[in-house]
Design a protein around this ligand. Structure first.
Ligand code: DC
Length: 212
C-alpha cells in the first residue's frame, strides 16, 4: 500500500504539504498532531492535571475522536478550530511526552492506513507509528519562517497572536518535542530532509512527487 510519512517541527509546512499531497495522490490523510491537540483540549476542559498519570489515563479513554471529511469531532462536538490555539498546542506537546497517552492512540493512528494508502504527518510517523513506510520526508525551516507561517494561519482563523510570542512558543515546543525520551522529534534514518524556508508549498510538493 502507498504510505508516505511527513514529519517535522511546528510550522515546517507539513500540514499543508501532507494534506495537498493526499488530495493530489487520492490517498487518505492523517494529522496526528490533531489527536494530541484533541486530547489536550479534552483534559483541559475536564480540569485534569496533566502530571497526574492515572487521571490522564482514565480521562483520555472517555474521548471519542472522529475525523469526518475536514471536521474534527470530540464526543460528537466540532472542535476543528478550537484545538488550533497555541495554548492547546502547548498542552498537546506536554501530554505527548506521556507514554500511556502515546500508546493509547497508536491503534487509532494506524487505522488510517487503508486502501489506497496514506499520507501521515506528525513527529514520529516515520520512526514509530509507520516505520515500514517506503517514503519518508522530514521538513524543516528557520524558526522565524515557521513563526511567520503560524502567525498567518492563526490570524486568518481570527486568533489574536504576535510573532514574537509565537517564536518563543514554537522554540519551547520544539525543545520539548525533540528532547523527550519517548518518540522524540527526529528524522527517521531513511528520511529525506527538506529545508522549506525558501520554498513555496507547490515547490515542496513538486520535490516530493519527483522523489517517490
Ligand atoms: O503538529 P502539531 O503542531 O499540531 O502538534 C501538536 C503537538 O502534538 C506537538 O507539539 C507534539 C505533539 N505531537 C507528537 O508528539 N507526535 C506527533 N506525531 C504529532 C504531534
Amino acid at each position: 500500500m502507498n504510505l508516505i510519512t511527513i514529519d517535522g517541527p511546528a510550522g515546517s509546512g507539513k500540514g499543508t504539504i501532507a494534506k495537498q499531497l493526499s488530495q493530489e495522490l487520492k490517498l487518505n490523510y492523517l494529522d496526528s498532531g490533531a489527536i494530541y491537540r484533541i486530547l489536550g483540549f479534552h483534559l483541559k476542559e475536564n480540569n485534569i492535571p496533566i502530571e497526574n498519570d492515572a487521571l490522564v489515563k482514565e480521562d483520555i479513554q472517555k474521548a471519542k475522536i472522529q475525523f469526518i471529511e475536514d471536521i474534527i469531532f470530540l464526543n460528537d462536538r466540532d472542535v476543528t478550530d478550537a484545538i488550533r490555539t497555541e495554548s492547546i498546542a502547548k498542552i498537546a506537546s506536554l501530554i505527548a511526552a506521556n507514554k500511556s497517552v502515546r500508546e493509547s492512540i497508536l491503534d487509532l493512528q494506524r487505522s488510517f492506513l487503508k486502501k489506497p494508502g496514506l499520507v501521515a504527518e506528525g513527529r514520529d510517523m516515520g520512526t514509530v507509528v509507520f516505520p515500514e513506510a517506503k517514503y519518508k520526508f522530514f521538513l524543516t525551516a528557520t524558526v522565524e519562517e515557521r513563526a511567520s507561517r503560524r502567525y498567518k494561519q492563526l490570524i486568518s482563523k481570527g486568533f489574536d497572536v504576535s510573532i514574537a510570542d509565537l517564536v518563543v512558543e514554537i522554540q519551547e515546543r520544539d525543545f520539548r518535542d525533540t528532547n523527550r525520551t519517548i518518540s522524540p522529534l527526529v528524522p527517521a534514518a531513511n528520511a529525506v530532509i527538506i529545508d522549506t524556508t525558501e520554498l513555496s508549498p507547490s515547490q515542496v510538493i513538486e520535490f516530493i512527487l519527483g522523489d517517490i
